[in-house]
Design a protein. Structure first.
Length: 212
């Protein structure tokens, strides 16, 4: 059975992906299943850079195929900001509330409120080869937060198709329409091919027979 390591310690994310890939001949692990490994600095210029960096590093260090994602919010009127800095828009260690407050401040007086959540998923093997999947969800930035669910910028992100913010919809609804949900559905939709690709690209380690 193929082993796939999720380059995360997030139990909720691990549970979600295990459920999504149920029925495939794959054993899903995450970083908690291994000893301590160094933290990876997410200093890439794009979501693709950061997702690949995390997946490739975990694959190289642990010797298994690894999957990682990177995501964030890109606002049209801000030239794509906060982008890869979404989680630290108000500074290193900033909270969701602080990041949202900065976003509202930057958006004051702007008529164009269009924005999109982006997610890139990278699946890498120890040799460095990788597959990439992307998801996007477009919406509008409100002037005031609405809703109690979700996290990050969800209370400010209005999704017109459901006439609600991401903080006003259920986790099930969000998983179906969100940027991350769309990217994960792409992975699941061709996961049999992904497993074949992993099998072909995993390095074969020679067995050493010691003389008696």
């Amino acid at each position: 059975m193929t082993v796939l390591v999720l380059a995360t310690r997030n139990k909720g994310k691990t549970r979600e992906i295990r459920a999504l890939l149920k029925g495939f001949p794959v054993e899903i692990k995450n970083l908690d299943d291994f000893g301590p490994i160094p933290e990876i600095e997410e200093d890439g210029e794009t979501f693709d850079d950061n997702a690949y960096k995390k997946a490739a590093f975990a694959a190289r260090v642990l010797g298994f195929a690894a999957m990682a994602d990177d995501s964030g919010l890109a606002v049209d009127a801000l030239g794509g900001a906060p982008g890869v800095r979404s989680a630290r828009y108000a500074g290193e260690g900033s909270t969701d509330r602080e990041n949202s407050e900065r976003l509202l401040e930057e958006m004051k007086g702007k008529a164009d409120r269009r924005a999109a959540f982006h997610c890139v998923i990278s699946i890498a093997v120890p040799t460095g080869a990788a597959l990439t999947y992307e998801g996007e969800c477009r919406g509008i930035i409100l002037e005031q937060p609405r809703g109690e669910n979700g996290f990050g910028y969800d209370p400010l992100f209005f999704y017109p198709d459901l006439n609600k913010t991401f903080a006003e919809i259920s986790m099930e609804e969000k998983s179906r329409v969100s940027h991350r949900g769309i990217a994960l559905q792409q992975v699941a939709g061709e996961f049999d091919k992904v497993l074949d690709w992993i099998d072909i690209n995993m390095p074969e380690f020679e067995k050493v027979v010691h003389p008696k």
